[in-house]
Design a protein around this ligand. Structure first.
Ligand code: PRP
Length: 180
């Protein structure tokens, strides 16, 4: 383990096993229907997204978007904004939003309304991680892979100052790293 990590929170094997369960859950949900659009909310979800869709049996289309959180720490700041929109229309489509983490819940609330406004037929959220201790608004993914404590975690898409996204596991960062 790297010296800047406190501990490994989720190993590569633990993540892979749970990603397969998430894919099976999606396969059951979308069996026999029209082809859903799997949406990757960049950047954090990118690693989870590519593993998840490759574990699925169901055909899916891909789309990508990005949301700016505008500092999710305080209630005073504005709500998240879509800073990079989708490539294609999702009107009348079944949307699977793939998220790395549900934290305050604001991104999820914003995107639920965003996809409703775009005329999506259905909206299903699969989240790798849930940090319920950080929730500020009422939001919940339809499928959550892991519930985690309120610690600074990185890896498997999650960053600290854009680093560590490419780690195949999830680790807790030592406080000395981000408080200095
Ligand atoms: C993270 C994460 C979610 C969002 C969740 O994105 O990917 O989209 O925050 O937070 P919330 O529940 O408090 O709204 P971030 O803004 O860190 O961007 P990134 O994915 O590019 O790292």
């Amino acid at each position: 383990m790297r010296q800047e990590f406190e501990k490994i929170v989720l190993t590569e094997a633990e993540i892979a096993a749970r990603v397969r369960e998430a894919a099976a859950w999606l396969d059951a949900r979308f069996a026999g229907g029209s082809i859903p659009v799997a949406v990757c909310n960049l950047k954090g979800s990118s690693v989870f997204f590519t593993d998840l869709v490759r574990a699925m049996q169901t055909d899916v289309e891909f789309d990508f978007m990005a949301v700016s959180s505008y500092g999710s720490e305080t209630l005073a700041v504005g709500k998240p904004k879509v800073k990079r929109p989708l490539f294609a229309s999702v009107e009348g489509r079944d949307v699977i939003l793939v998220e790395d983490i549900v934290d305050t819940g604001r991104t999820l609330v914003t995107l639920r309304q965003y996809f409703a406004d775009l005329g999506a037929r259905s909206f299903t959220v699969v989240a790798l991680l849930d940090k319920p201790a950080r929730r500020r608004v009422n939001a919940q993914a339809d499928f959550t892979c892991f519930t985690v404590e309120d610690a600074f975690i990185v890896g498997y898409g999650l960053d600290y100052a854009e680093r560590y996204r490419n780690l195949p596991y999830i680790a807790q960062l030592k406080e000395s790293v981000y408080s200095s």
